[in-house]
Design a protein around this ligand. Structure first.
Ligand code: NAD
Length: 505
């Protein structure tokens, strides 16, 4: 297909309050349900990104000094605009990502909750004060904005993940340069325009679309003080290393391989239903998706397989624009091929493919990137489909004999994003949550994604950096603590010089 002939829109950048087209490199954005592209995205040059950073730097002094309550009110107004435009934004997400509309609305709602939390900034930025830390000496800590901050986001939550980052960053008084995924850039840019409509001054939030050139400019420019990243582990590790070398504060969230442990005493029908959404929702393209069931005992494994097989037979796969579908397509043709190759490798390595979605055809959408749900039994550590993040609708059953064996597997895995346990045994659940080396744990909850007023982050190679995303950790990430100690000596009262270290002895 000649892409250029069919292009009806080119997604540019938002710099200093205006949509900018730099006329440089472009790349097609595909509709995964049709395999067609009518949109292209500009890939910002170094100069374009530098213009965005300069705009953020120019806007910073006035924005930093804007009272937090005024900044928060803009977040409140943005929440209203997002709710009013929810159908439009969900349609943008579905057209470029492929997920079913109801799922797109769910992601947007989670994003809106982060905007809502950012509107509490005046309360969250209140410092810590101590009177009389010494005779007539007071001391307090305050949390000051950093300056220009930046965010680089993945394709799988094109609206929500940007909203994890910039609303709190700007509510804390920073300016922000966002680099969304070039695979589905439209919704993030539109939301940034809504933020301006809500009252965000030009330059406080700039959006540059692009690829490695844009990212590397953000990573190496000394005017950028902090970088938030969400994406795959190899890139997260690169971002963390480069950003730290450049003296920036960095949080880089990476990939995942989440395990669900099903105990012999679990409510199996509940575990089956929960696992359907966790494994196949959003076509498995979630960092909190659960692609592995670790069944404790063969009886549990057989029951889970029977239940899952019956549910899979009822699943509807098709375009995300039809809300009666349970699952849409994968994001791109190369990703579709990659996921299919994982299924091939699972068969070659000796796992038992019980349900094979590789030959699925969706009538009227023959060029779409649709893969049917796949179910493997006898998945074992060491197999590629056990070790690596597939990011597709592929669920594997791992058979173990004890809870400890299940936990040892999870703890040995390179990723530690999310996990869950299905059980009726409180003692087992408590032992599991206490000893598992994973950042987010569910107990009879398959996708334990923390709400906006907690923070989100994995352990091990699922997160590089110290602070988690959004919630209270975001307030700390996007601010610097300053501690001020103050004394106003009374006129006429003078101490002699003191050479020993001041203390309260
Ligand atoms: P990705 O790593 O390919 O891309 C993420 C971002 O990095 C994009 O903006 C992209 O333009 C940029 N990028 C890609 N290659 C780059 C390079 N060589 N140099 C500099 N920048 C580069 O990730 P993706 O495929 O868009 O998203 C899926 C991945 O994100 C999965 O691994 C998933 O687990 C992960 N993810 C993690 C979380 C989390 O919170 N831990 C959340 C969502 C997604």
């Amino acid at each position: 297909m000649n892409h250029d002939k069919n292009v009806t829109a080119t997604v540019g950048h938002l710099i200093d309050g205006k949509i900018v087209h730099d006329g440089g490199r472009t790349q097609p954005v595909f509709n995964p349900a049709t395999g067609q592209s009518t949109v292209s995205v500009e890939l910002a040059s170094k100069a374009t990104v530098e213009a965005a950073i300069a705009s953020g730097e120019k806007a910073f002094p006035a924005w930093r000094n804007t009272p937090p309550l005024k900044r928060a009110r803009i977040m409140g107004q943005l929440k209203v605009l997002l709710e009013q435009n929810a159908d439009k934004i969900a349609a943008m997400i579905t057209a470029e990502h492929g997920k079913v509309l109801a799922d797109a609305h769910g992601e947007l709602q989670r994003g809106i909750e982060n905007v809502e939390f950012a509107s509490y900034a005046p309360e969250l930025l209140k410092g810590e004060h101590s009177r009389n830390v010494g005779p007539n000496i007071d001391s307090w800590s305050e949390f000051q904005a950093l300056g220009v901050t930046a965010g680089i986001t993945p394709f799988n939550f094109p609206a929500m993940v940007p909203l994890w980052m910039w609303p709190m960053a700007v509510a804390c008084g920073n300016t922000f340069v966002l680099k969304p995924s070039e695979r589905d850039p439209t919704s993030a840019l539109f939301i940034a325009q809504l933020a301006q409509e809500a009252g965000l001054p030009p330059g406080v939030l700039n959006v540059v679309n692009g690829d490695k050139e844009a990212v590397d400019t953000l990573l190496h420019d000394p005017r950028v003080k902090a970088v938030s990243f969400v994406g795959s582990t190899p890139i997260a590790e690169y971002i963390y290393g480069e950003g730290c070398k450049s003296g920036k504060r960095v949080q880089a969230l990476g990939g995942a391989k989440n395990h669900a442990v099903v105990m012999p005493d679990a409510d199996i029908s509940n575990a089956v239903t929960a696992m359907m959404g966790a494994a196949y929702g959003s076509c498995g393209e979630r960092c909190m998706a659960v692609p592995l069931v670790v069944a404790v005992g063969d009886e549990v494994a057989d029951q889970m397989i029977a239940g899952l097989s019956a549910e899979i037979a009822k699943m509807k796969v098709g375009p995300g624009t039809d809300n009666s579908n349970d699952m849409g397509p994968l994001i791109t043709k190369p990703h579709f091929e990659k996921v299919k190759a994982y299924v091939d490798s699972g068969v070659e390595e000796g796992a038992k493919l019980l349900i094979d979605g590789r030959s699925l055809q969706v009538a009227g959408h023959e060029d779409g990137y649709f893969l049917g749900p796949c179910l493997f039994d006898n998945v074992r550590p060491g197999m590629k489909i056990y070790q690596e993040e597939i990011f597709g609708p592929v669920l594997g059953i791992v058979r173990v004999k004890t809870l400890q064996e299940a936990m040892d597997l999870i703890n040995a895995h390179e990723y530690g994003n999310g996990t869950c346990i299905f059980t009726r045994d409180g003692e087992a659940a408590r032992y599991f949550s206490d000893h598992i080396l994973v950042g987010m744990v569910g107990i009879n909850v398959p996708l334990p994604v923390p709400v906006a007023y907690h923070s989100f982050g994995g352990w091990k190679r699922s997160l590089f950096g110290d602070l988690h995303a959004y919630g209270p950790d975001a307030v700390r990430f996007y601010t610097k603590r300053k501690t001020i100690t103050q004394r106003w000596p009374s006129a006429g009262v003078r101490d002699g010089a003191v050479f020993s270290f001041p203390s309260s002895r």
